[in-house]
Design a protein around this ligand. Structure first.
Ligand code: PLP
Length: 388
């Protein structure tokens, strides 16, 4: 009995911070079978509805017949397949960068990039609401780690001015994962440039959902490699598959191949995942109706919430949090929705700051307008219940 795990777990329960998993049967889709019951779900990051798309599934199956299942080895040994290579080339064309490197997950991509580029004597500057994987990467890199105020270039300026770091890297989410707002990337790029720093953007939530052809925030702000030298995206959200990528110059990608430990020392993603992603990349670029549908649903949801007097964030992306405040209240609203057959997760500390607990509603092109109506009615009931 050296580690008193039980009392730590009990403490979490008391604080309404305890997390538990639910078991899903069947594919990701609005009508989700969760713990054996059908729920209307608003919590997936499958923004375009590609995770269960028949063409994506067919490509996956076909590639499994050709390549088998396992990646078999790391990319530098014998695991770098033709499928991976083609996907890298297509993602390079998609992002308008000379080269792309695939990673097995977004978490690993962020760890790999930041620790390959920075070490002792360097400095990293991050938006304080960046995704956990970026914050962890900054801590682990050994560089001096500083957070600036959320979406506040002036706060960044102050930290950069005082920095004596050899290499300086500014890092931001493109679309913030828990708030849905978009970082002021033009201003951040300017500040980075004038302080001799590099800019890295993690656009996990922007690819597929914003920009022309789903090209993400880099397209939205028309930022090439000069302004935005390190562009990272994930494949498990808008792309509907799994994995991640980093896009940039020849020298950047070669540096990552040599030095990114989370690239070097891990098994390549299954080639069939890469082939499935090539198909989802094509659908993501060509099927504009998915983004248009999303915008319609976002408008419908926002105006409905406004009528109910619910507090939303300034977001025009599929991430539409309803601000609640306390973890306890967020949890009880989420439970009330669930009793009405609707699944929306309560996001609590430490994922978000204390007092900023929320219901994180995410919308998908596979939702219908009737689904949004159902959600709005359930929200109205849940709020009434909370007041009564
Ligand atoms: C989801 C997410 C990641 C992690 O990506 P995975 O492929 O799920 O590991 C990284 N950054 C951001 C902003 C994310 O939302």
């Amino acid at each position: 009995m050296t580690f008193d795990l039980d009392s730590v777990l009990q403490e979490r329960r008391i604080q309404s911070l305890y997390r538990r998993r639910r078991t899903v049967d069947g594919p990701q889709q609005p009508n989700l079978v969760v713990d054996g019951k059908e729920r209307l779900a608003f919590c997936s990051n499958d923004y375009l509805g590609l995770a269960n798309h028949p063409e994506v599934i067919r490509s996956f199956q076909k590639a499994a017949n050709e390549y088998g299942v396992g990646g078999g080895a790391s990319h530098l040994i014998s695991g770098h397949s033709r499928a991976h290579h083609r996907l890298e080339e297509e993602l390079a064309a998609f992002t308008g960068r000379p080269r792309v490197l695939l990673f097995s997950t977004g978490y690993m991509a962020n760890l790999g990039v930041i620790s390959a580029l920075l070490g002792k004597g360097d400095a990293v500057f991050q938006d304080r609401l960046n995704h956990a994987s970026l914050l962890d990467a900054g801590q682990l890199s050994g560089a001096r780690f500083q957070r600036y105020l959320h979406c506040d270039p002036q706060s960044l300026v102050k930290k950069l001015e005082r920095s004596e770091g050899r290499r300086k890297l500014v890092v931001s989410d493109g679309v913030f994962s828990m708030d849905g707002n978009i970082a002021p990337l033009k201003e951040l790029a300017e500040v980075a440039h004038s302080h001799n720093a590099w800019l890295m953007v993690d656009d996990a939530h922007g690819f597929g959902s914003v920009g022309q052809g789903g090209r993400g925030v880099a397209d939205l702000f028309d930022m090439g490699m000069g302004e935005l030298p390190i562009l990272m995206g994930t494949l498990g959200k808008g792309f509907g598959t799994s994995g991640a990528f980093v896009a940039g110059s020849e020298a950047l990608i070669e540096t990552l191949i040599q030095f990114a430990r989370s690239y070097i020392y891990t098994t390549a993603m299954p080639p069939a995942v890469a082939e499935a992603t090539r198909t989802s990349l094509r659908l993501l670029q060509t099927e504009d109706w998915r983004r248009e549908r999303l915008q319609t649903l976002i408008q419908q949801f926002r105006s409905g919430c406004e009528q109910l007097g619910l507090e939303l964030m300034d977001s025009h992306t599929p991430v539409q949090p309803i601000m609640v405040g306390s973890a306890e209240k967020a949890l009880s609203l989420s439970e009330s929705l669930e009793q009405q057959g609707i699944l929306v997760t309560a996001i609590r500390p430490p994922t978000v700051p204390k007092g900023a607990s929320r219901l994180r509603v995410t919308l998908s092109a596979s939702h219908s307008e009737a689904h949004i109506d159902q959600l709005l009615i359930a929200l109205e009931n849940a709020v009434k219940e909370g007041q009564g």
